[in-house]
Design a protein around this ligand. Structure first.
Ligand SMILES: [Zn+2]
Length: 212
């Protein structure tokens, strides 16, 4: 009886330690989340995103299967209050998925002289459509050259929808083919021959971005 009591005590201790570790891990993860902006800045940002979605929806890209899938994913983040404006990220936007299923789409807010300013709609559009690709395709943060090409291609299409620019057949970033830009910017990212772009064929992705 005594031995049995010790057994359960030990079990309880192990379970308690396990729970404490889980709580610590959860606290650590949530403490790593980028911080939100004041409510009025968030509201203004969401208004900009809704204008962007309306503009994109009126273009060929927005009406395509690809455009609709990406816009739906962004709308999904908005409905769940998971499209969050923050000054705490260094890119235009970022997608975060945690192991317990929490996911959020973050959009960069500029902090200039103590003031919080939204980016130009073109850059917000680029950022959220790029990250929507990761949200639809990303598997635990492991991206690939193909996935980044898909993301940048989606971002360019959304940015052009906002400005009214016409994109060339071979997509360019800073004057160089999109794939070359991605290969140069992410030298350690693996290739993924099985990658399927959002709402399009692999052949389409290779052609539009110049990826071989
Ligand atoms: Zn990316």
């Amino acid at each position: 009886m005594k031995a049995l009591g010790r057994f359960w005590l030990r079990m309880a201790a192990i379970v308690a330690i396990g729970l404490a570790c889980l709580v610590a891990a959860y606290r650590y993860r949530t403490s790593q989340r980028p911080g939100p902006v004041p409510r009025d800045v968030q509201r203004e940002g969401l208004r900009l995103v809704e204008q962007i979605l309306r503009k994109v929806a009126a273009t060929d890209f927005g009406r395509s299967r690809r455009g609709r899938l990406l816009a739906e994913k962004i709308g999904d983040f908005i409905r769940r209050d998971r499209l969050i404006f923050t000054p705490d990220i260094s890119w235009q936007a970022g997608y975060r998925r945690e192991s317990l299923g929490y996911e959020a789409l973050y959009v960069k807010v500029l902090r200039i002289g103590g003031r919080l300013l939204h980016q130009e709609p073109e850059f917000i559009a680029e950022g959220i459509f790029h990250e929507a690709v990761h949200a639809l395709r990303g598997r635990g943060g492991h991206s690939s050259i193909e996935e980044e090409c898909d993301g940048f291609a989606a971002g360019l299409a959304a940015g052009a929808a906002v400005t009214g620019a016409k994109l060339p057949e071979l997509l360019l970033i800073d004057g160089e083919p999109l794939a070359r830009f991605v290969l140069r910017s992410y030298p350690n990212l693996p290739r993924n021959p099985d990658y399927r772009p959002v709402g399009q064929s692999r052949q389409w992705l290779l052609q539009r971005t110049g990826l071989r």
